[in-house]
Design a binder for this molecule. Structure first.
Ligand code: ZN
Length: 51
C-alpha cells in the first residue's frame, strides 16, 4: 500500500487510507476532492480554497 501519495487534484498529502477518496488507498485523489462514493468531483465542486 502506498501511503505517500498526494492528491492529483489538490496536492494534499495523503498519509493514511482515511484521507483517500472513499478511504480507498488506490484512489489517486483525496476525500476532499471526491464524493462519498469515491467518485472524483468536477472542478466546480472542489472547494474554492483549493483552486
Ligand atoms: Zn484533493
Amino acid at each position: 500500500m502506498n501511503t505517500n501519495d498526494s492528491c492529483i487534484s489538490c496536492g494534499m498529502p495523503m498519509r493514511s487510507a482515511d484521507e483517500h477518496a472513499a478511504k480507498d488507498p488506490t484512489k489517486p485523489y483525496c476525500l476532499h476532492c471526491a464524493k462519498p462514493s469515491g467518485e472524483l468531483k468536477s472542478y466546480d465542486e472542489v472547494p474554492a480554497w483549493k483552486k
